[in-house]
Write a protein that binds this ligand. Structure first.
Ligand code: PGA
Ligand code: ZN
Length: 438
């Protein structure tokens, strides 16, 4: 007998910033039930599917999600009652139709994604298979472990705009297992802390994704500190551990210019591309995300032409995990990799479609969490099932991040999954490491 959806319930829970978010519980016809929690971004792209919030200033400063909760328990529960839980594609299509808007703005992408994920998890439990395997059945992609792309220092929206660039990350491109990679980035996180303390840089707590949010004198100094931290932790920069940047450039782009206050200048698109180029000659950078504004299409084309041969040019706010946007970008050569965030688009089916498009075009894909996360480890299974080979979850601190990393340690041990590791990204020529000391 086929597995049917019997009921859906939802709860307004809190995320890692203490803001309300959605958790959905799905119960199937065989009595199995399971829950999934939905993350929430702070540095969002203009074209993301809509995260429905109540806008009632008297509750959580307007951030409540009671409307999304109610949509799950009424319209979605009624609309999906009796639906085949094993046909995720049809289920997600029905979710999209029930909403009826292009940006999932009527019922909310937070409500819809919670249902999409909760049904997948309940189905995995009912079938007696691990979640990554169930997601692999849905994706049709070859599973593998992901290399962690790990936040070490934060700026921008995630750390009170101490510096403009949002994320300085360590990417262990040349280590032989997930466990070793995780250990390396943890050691680099603490080596960074030591270096920052030696230089007398003020630090209070950690930033939204668990990394440090120091008062650095410039964006460039973050690259210099991170390179030294990789060395201090005992790894060869560029060969064993490289650097990734998430510039999140839309957030300081105004009136046609990028305003780098900590660099004490405003730059045009060609000047910013030249700055990235000069950094890439001095620091072991292998990945650059949102290097330009989300609407600077011509700039993205130029950026990809100039830097795409030696690094990942990743679209996050630029592509918003949107299959149509990704297809267009492949055609116009405006990027060569995509950041994949489930809640930017709102269903599992569309999320996997983006990964499949990327794979078919020879692009890379990075499965990513949001800065507002939960203790749900779903993303670890998603990363494995997508075969993307990279996961971006934040630092090796804060339990909403560790829920994913710690789950991956078990998957590595138990599931015989391939490790994409060494050779994942273009090697950075040695001897490029360094920069002006602070
Ligand atoms: P967000 O940022 O989750 O706050 O939108 C993460 C990122 O830009 O990658
Ligand atoms: Zn980003």
């Amino acid at each position: 007998m086929s597995l049917r959806i019997l009921g859906l319930r939802a709860m307004e829970i809190l995320d890692s910033r203490g803001n309300p978010t959605v958790e959905v519980e799905c119960t199937l016809s065989d009595g199995t039930s399971a829950r999934a929690q939905v993350p929430s971004g702070a540095s969002t792209g203009r074209r993301e599917a809509l995260e429905l919030r109540d806008a009632d200033p008297l509750r959580f400063g307007g951030k409540g999600v009671l409307r999304a909760i109610s949509n799950v328990e009424t319209e979605l529960a009624q609309g999906l009652r009796g639906a085949d839980a094993e046909d995720q594609t049809d289920l997600d299509r029905r979710l999209i139709e029930l909403d009826g808007t292009p940006g999932k703005s009527r019922l909310g992408a937070n409500a819809i994604l919670g249902v999409s994920c909760a049904v997948a998890r309940a189905t995995a439990i009912s079938k007696g298979i691990p979640l990554w395997q169930r997601l692999g059945e849905i994706s049709g992609l070859r599973p593998c472990l992901p290399v962690p792309m790990v936040n070490i220092m934060s700026g921008g929206h995630h750390a009170g705009f101490n510096i403009e660039l949002q994320d300085f990350l360590a990417l262990p491109v040349g280590l032989s297992s997930f466990g070793q990679s995780l250990r390396a980035v943890r050691e680099i996180l603490y080596a960074t802390k030591e270096i920052l303390a030696e230089r007398g840089l003020r630090m209070t707590g950690v930033a939204d994704e668990g990394g440090w949010g120091p008062d650095l004198p410039s964006n460039e100094s973050a690259l210099e500190v991170l390179t030294r931290a990789i060395e201090r932790a005992g790894y060869r920069p560029g060969e064993q551990v490289a650097i990734a940047i998430d510039a999140a450039a839309s957030h300081y782009h105004r009136d046609g210019a990028y305003h780098l206050q900590s660099e004490k200048r405003s730059v045009s698109t060609p000047e910013l591309i030249a700055l990235y180029e000069s950094w890439s000659r001095r620091f072991p950078i292998v990945s650059l995300e949102d290097g330009l504004d989300q609407d600077d299409e011509a700039g993205w084309r130029e950026l990809t032409a100039r830097l795409g041969g030696k690094m990942q040019v990743v679209g996050d706010d630029f592509l918003t995990t949107n299959p149509a946007r990704v297809r267009e970008s492949i055609g116009f050569k405006t990027a060569n990799a995509v950041l994949v965030k489930m809640n930017q688009i709102g269903t599992l089916t569309e999320t996997f479609e983006v990964v499949r498009l990327a794979a078919a075009a020879g692009w890379r894909a990075v499965i990513s969490a949001r800065s507002g996360e939960t203790e749900d480890s779903f993303l670890a299974d998603l990363a494995v099932a997508s075969g993307a080979g990279q996961i971006k979850v934040g630092a090796t601190a804060r339990s909403e991040r560790l829920a994913k990393y710690n789950h991956l340690l078990w998957l590595e041990r138990d599931c015989g999954l391939a490790w994409p590791g060494g050779g994942l990204l273009p090697p950075v020529p040695l001897g490029l490491v360094g920069g002006d000391p602070l």
